[in-house]
Design a protein around this ligand. Structure first.
Ligand code: ZN
Length: 550
């Protein structure tokens, strides 16, 4: 039924001028009318608005929160989008800010070969996600549980044959693939390597406490990051029912070595634990923990809009971008407003541009297109976590999540980079769409740092919904090296700094191309009846299949 006559255009550079005359949707064609509505002028205006000082760095619970969510709602309305949550554009996200402090600065471990006293923040950090004013654990035995991983698909179970109820597990960061390329996914970190997973698994095992042994190369960040991350209050969801241990924390590498010493154990056990067949070992060390906690409750909001599908409106493709940033903080060069232009006014503005394109599309989407501007990503992906736990659109009918977190104004690139390349079949959509624009696709530069687990799409993935997180590559199309250098300079060192604000040296042309690519991927999916899956080797494959069978 397809009109193949026109397909000669495929692969032609900027085949946007090629149009199929047929009334059937052709996934190998670009919709030039839709794409032309994605414009640099309007995009730049949205980014400049959201990243202006007026929005005060868009921190949840501040005046900047109200201003930002109202601005987004207004744009959604002006673009003619329907409210995404009944007759409202808002989904409330109830949160609690927990300030958790050890009653004593010192933590004392009693071992068979002596005692060890360590200092909070210098040698260890602990806190809790439990809503209890006081947490007192008179005595808990330590168990060294290797990586703290249960991964049947990789033939690995660090908890096999040991009961850790009431105990405190001591575990290593990262996963075995880092040390043995035959194990797990070699250099590509799996979710099992992330600290968050280790806390979740320990809770499932019934452990009272968890202490992760820090290691700079394996964690991909230094102790200073752990220290600063744990010295202030932490935001959490109040409606999150997942079990949590009584306390969670980290110990420095030196502390771990000292612990092994007072246990009378060889530190080389940490190397044995990197090999298959390792069994968790009671350390004959105990400690007592006491925490004092204070709480502050507040709500923030996800802002949600939709375009209803013409044929299968119950099936959804969800575009997300977090609207929040860091607010007002430590001044740098006299500037204390963290504007978050790249991170992530750039992503929110892209929601608007993509919505415009769908509205103008030649083939109206047969599935519904949902746009969610998420809150509290910077505080631990909380807005997306709340949505995934309380989905407005059933997850078994959610086709995919296409997540936009930061776009780079470095100028147009020939390549695009998928974070977590090889995880889902959305990759194949990216490859096909990118080819239509004459662009190439590859995975992220440093898959060992676990980028796939660090933005909002991951909360969809954890529920079995394939998610895409993608950004521009590094092969600049422009050969004007002076201009390229100027732009690179105008970007360097601005991540999570007050200098992440719109700069006259920035070039938005490449971002426009990235947004067009995001549109085309969702557009293609919106015309199909199939659901992309996780790939065979993904640790989420089974979860994805289960989700669809519900
Ligand atoms: Zn971000």
């Amino acid at each position: 039924m397809k009109n193949y006559f026109y397909t000669f255009c495929i692969g032609a550079l900027l085949s946007m001028s090629c149009q199929s005359n047929t009334n059937n949707f052709d996934p190998n064609m670009l919709d030039s009318t839709a794409l032309s509505t994605i414009s640099e002028a309007s995009y730049k205006k949205y980014v400049s608005d959201l990243a202006s000082d007026e929005f005060l760095g868009r921190k949840p619970f501040t005046k900047g929160d109200t201003l930002t969510t109202q601005y987004i709602e207004k744009q959604f309305k002006d673009l003619g989008l329907l409210p995404g949550n009944g007759d409202s554009y808002f989904q409330e996200v109830p949160m609690v800010e927990i300030t958790s402090k050890p009653t004593e600065i010192r933590l004392i471990f009693q071992g068979s070969k002596g005692n060890l006293t360590v200092n909070n923040l210098d040698d260890y950090v602990i806190g809790t996600r439990k809503i209890n004013e006081n947490i007192t654990i008179p005595s808990t035995e330590l168990v060294f549980a290797g990586f703290g991983i249960v991964a049947p698909e990789f033939g690995w179970n660090d908890y096999e044959g040991i009961d850790v109820k009431g105990k405190t597990v001591v575990v290593m960061v990262s996963d075995p693939g880092r040390y043995d390329k035959e194990l797990f996914k070699a250099d590509t970190m799996t979710y099992y390597g992330r600290w968050r997973y280790k806390y979740e698994e320990a809770a499932r095992q019934g452990a009272t406490g968890v202490l992760i042994i820090h290691d700079t190369p394996a964690a991909s960040y230094g102790w200073d990051v752990v220290r600063s991350g744990w010295s202030g209050p932490q935001l959490n969801l109040t409606a999150d029912q997942a079990p949590v241990p009584d306390f969670e924390g980290w110990i420095s590498n030196q502390t771990a070595h000292n612990l092994f010493q007072i246990a009378g154990l060889e530190p080389s056990l940490m190397d044995s634990a990197k090999k298959k067949g390792f069994k968790a070992i009671p350390m004959n060390v105990s400690t007592n923990v006491s925490l004092q906690n204070t709480f502050r409750y507040a709500n923030s909001t996800n802002v949600i809009a939709k375009i209803e599908g013409t044929k299968r409106p119950d099936e959804t493709i969800i575009y997300t971008a977090h609207w929040d940033h860091l607010g007002i903080g430590e001044p740098v060069n006299g500037d204390s407003i963290y504007n978050g232009a790249v991170d992530n006014a750039a992503g929110v503005a892209a929601l608007f541009e993509i919505a415009k394109a769908f509205k103008a599309a030649k083939h109206q989407p047969e599935r519904s297109i949902i746009f969610i501007a998420l809150t509290a990503e910077e505080e631990g992906l909380l807005g997306s976590s709340h949505y995934a736990n309380n989905p407005i659109y059933p997850l078994n009918k959610t086709v995919a999540n296409l997540n936009m977190d930061a776009f780079s104004p470095q100028g147009a690139t020939k390549d695009v980079s998928i974070v977590g390349y090889g995880q889902t079949e959305i990759d194949d959509y990216v490859v096909r769409s990118a080819a239509k624009f004459g662009r190439t696709v590859h995975g992220e530069k440093n898959p060992a740092s676990g980028g796939f687990y660090r933005s909002d799409h991951f909360n969809f993935v954890k529920k079995g919904v394939p998610g895409l997180f993608m950004g521009a590559g590094s092969e600049l199309i422009s050969t004007d090296s002076l201009a390229n250098q100027t732009r690179a300079k105008a970007l360097a060192g601005r991540y999570h700094s007050p200098a992440d604000q719109v700069d006259e040296n920035w070039d938005f042309a490449g971002i426009i191309e990235d947004i067009r690519l995001f549109f085309d991927i969702g557009y293609t999916m919106s015309q199909e009846k199939t659901f992309p899956q996780f790939k065979q080797k993904s640790e989420f494959r089974e979860l994805g299949e289960k989700r669809l069978s519900k």
